[in-house]
Design a protein around this ligand. Structure first.
Ligand SMILES: NC(=O)c1ccc[n+]([C@@H]2O[C@H](COP(=O)([O-])OP(=O)(O)OC[C@H]3O[C@@H](n4cnc5c(N)ncnc54)[C@H](O)[C@@H]3O)[C@@H](O)[C@H]2O)c1
Ligand SMILES: C[N+](C)(C)CC=O
Length: 490
């Protein structure tokens, strides 16, 4: 049996006890691969390798231009192997092949962007207030970075971490979600092929509460960068405090999509569907809270329901499929329990709310796109991140009410506002307490623009310039050009 292995210090290794995990296709529950299942000891080995590689200085001290060249090579290889990577992502997550191809383009773009940024920060000379001196501020790599990623955008989320960390001169131990490791394993092969030195990038596989927890606890790790759920994020933050590690947290969202009556309603409606149901709603920035102006609420929602009922569920490899399955049986059950809560709370179920009955979908973890109307902000279904194809709808009459509803959340990841009135749009955008606000659009994210959350959606930023700065320490170097005795202690 071919076992996908972990990569530590330039070697592809199995787990100590030969434990493995089957990787399942969520469309039909077939085993698509078997992966080594690491344990605490494997995580420790990987951290040791990353520590030695960092302390040796071989990676952080080569020129940033050289590091950039190697990272450009990884981008080239991702483009070369795009179709294989996209197929693996669809097999592993169930997302449509068109989505996976788009992800691969984004991922190559992220590697290119950070490869290009690698040698662009030469530090800054600052004005020293002390005579006969000069001061400069430089950014240095932070050290050994543990990176932990989720299952919904497996390689995309990994790329946001790997590319800037390596470009800045750090060494890395990455643990992908145990459910969806395949594309991350493949990219590790590409990192090896690009010639990035041994020990600089290490891949460990396995469960969060063993392998992941060790990465967070290990005192040789300098930074933990985590993308995943809020509950895991809180655990990681608490554990990291013990050794005062730097942390970067990209967590969940419950993202409002505000539609004013003066919007281009055809576009707003079309994009409200995309916002809520893209990748079966398993998206951190899914527009899962629709907030619609009273005047248009009834007609907007009834048209939306008609469109929702036509969404074609199916195999991600079928080019006519519009949405794939949920990632797992457990996750679908979680979504179902939220729908039950919504009903108990008195929300009106307008569409979906059940598994599809077509015979060809019975082996997959499918759930029909769902709409709840008559929702209020005190409902759990409005406040909790369901992370599935479930949309709640609230109504408002004034702009201030729309802002107040949208901000009434522990989360602050992203949101959108739809109106043709740019004064109003800009006012609402300024008032929303979120890391990203889209005006007359939903979902765009790209390498150049920072991504991250306000409030409990996270700490720190990925992408853009802040996405590489997160992987650096700032050092002030002061030079006395005319040293003299002070005679304080005579
Ligand atoms: N903000 C963003 O950019 C963003 C992007 C993608 C996903 N997400 C969020 O991710 C969540 C879905 O992903 P998930 O279900 O894989 O999340 P999760 O928190 O269950 O798992 C994420 C990762 O953490 C690991 N993990 C679990 N327990 C751990 C522990 N104790 N110590 C260390 N690691 C541990 C898991 O093995 C996995 O690799 C959603 O909440 C979604 O909003 C956020
Ligand atoms: C930010 N994004 C959309 C890539 C992944 C969120 O789950």
């Amino acid at each position: 049996m071919y076992i996908r292995r972990m990569f530590i210090n330039g070697e592809w290794i199995k787990s100590h006890n030969d434990r493995t995990r089957d990787i399942i296709n969520p469309f039909n529950q077939e085993v698509i691969a078997t992966a080594a299942e690491g344990d605490k000891a494997t995580a420790q080995e990987a951290v040791n390798a990353a520590r030695i590689a960092f302390d040796s200085g071989d990676w952080r001290n080569i020129s940033a231009t050289e590091r950039g060249k190697l990272i450009f090579k990884v981008a080239d290889f991702i483009e070369r192997d795009k179709e294989e990577l996209a197929e693996l992502e669809t097999l592993d997550t169930g997302k449509t092949i068109a989505e996976s191809r788009a992800d691969m383009d984004d991922i190559a773009g992220v590697f290119r962007y950070y490869a290009g940024l690698a040698d662009k920060d030469g530090g800054e000379v600052i004005e020293s207030p002390i005579p006969n001196s000069s001061s400069k501020v430089v950014r240095e790599p932070i050290g050994v970075c543990a990176q932990i990623t989720p299952w919904n955008y497996p390689l995309l989320q990994a790329s946001w971490k790997i590319a800037p960390a390596l470009a800045a001169g750090n060494t890395v131990v990455l643990k992908p979600s145990e459910i969806t490791p395949l594309t991350t394993i493949k990219v590790t092969e590409l990192i090896e092929e690009a010639g990035i030195p041994n020990g600089v990038f290490n891949l460990v596989l396995g469960a969060g509460d063993t392998v992941g927890q060790e990465l967070v606890d290990n005192k040789m790790v300098d930074l933990v960068s985590f993308t995943g759920g809020i509950h895991t994020g809180k655990k990681i933050m608490k554990a990291a405090a013990d050794s005062m590690k730097n942390i970067a947290l990209e967590l969940g969202g419950k993202n409002p999509n505000i539609v004013f009556a003066d919007a281009d309603l055809e576009t707003a409606l079309d994009q409200a569907l995309n916002a809520a149901y893209f990748h079966a709603g398993q998206v951190c920035c899914a527009g899962s809270r629709l907030i619609v102006e009273d005047k248009i609420h009834d007609s907007f929602v009834s048209q939306l329901a008609e469109r929702v009922k036509k969404i074609k569920l199916g195999n991600g490899f079928d080019e006519t499929t519009q949405s794939g399955p949920m990632i797992s049986a457990e996750h679908r059950e979680k979504v179902e329990s939220f729908v039950a809560i919504g009903k108990q709370e008195g929300a009106t179920l307008l569409a979906g709310g059940e598994r599809p009955d077509s015979p060809e979908l019975q082996k997959g973890f499918f759930y029909r796109p769902t709409i709840f109307t008559d929702c209020t902000t005190d409902m759990e279904i409005v406040q909790e991140e369901v992370f599935g194809p479930v949309l709640t709808v609230e109504r408002f009459t004034t702009k201030d009410e729309a802002i107040q509803l949208a901000n009434d959340s522990i989360y602050g990841l992203a949101g959108a506002v739809w109106t043709e009135n740019m004064l109003k749009a800009n006012h609402v955008a300024a008032e929303l307490r979120m890391g990203t606000v889209w005006i007359n659009d939903f979902h765009p994210y790209f390498a150049q623009a920072p991504w991250g959350g306000y409030k409990q959606s996270g700490i720190g930023r990925e992408l853009g310039k802040p996405g590489i700065e997160e992987y650096t320490e700032v050092k002030h170097i002061f030079l006395n050009t005319k040293p003299e005795p002070i005679y304080w202690f005579k």
